[in-house]
Design a protein around this ligand. Sequence first.
Ligand code: HEM
Length: 144
Amino acid sequence: MRNSPQVLSVPGGNQRPRKKVALKPGYSPLDWARLSASGKDLRGTSELRLITMEEIALHNKRNDCWMVIGGKVYNVTHYVEFHPGGKGELMRAAGKDGSALFNDTHPWVNAESILRACMIGFCSGPSKSQVKAVEESDDSDASA
Ligand code: HEM
């Protein structure tokens, strides 16, 4: 119906209103595709490498933002303004593994393709705090 909010159906049957934001002129998906293909250095580093969660966590700022999606590490600093869901949403996963948030929100989005030009490496594994959390929940399971 005209003027009714668009509703998004995600796998699992949940429905929620769409939250796409109005992007600034020059920040459309097509503009991002052009920038990605332009040869401009969007990585800030030359070689792909293994990166720890500890190091990734240091890059959690608007002007220095790394993120893990599906085990791959991306420097999304240049992408932030282009994210169709807005800066605020993207920054929720700044310096973190954003895979769960990403897949909950838009599993159909091809991050590998969109972020190809800003991939900087592979996540070397969980952070110490993540390991500790799992160990602690194992302990509480064992005692249950
Ligand atoms: C860096 C990886 C990400 C990429 C490449 C990406 C890309 C996109 C794209 C292409 C859309 C438009 C989807 C469509 O039109 O159907 C979108 C929308 C959106 N994204 Fe992301 N996104 C990323 C990470 C995230 C994260 C981590 C969150 C949540 C914390 C998030 C939240 C959203 C939201 C809320 C929308 C609006 C969805 C809607 O209601 O229409 N995104 N994103």
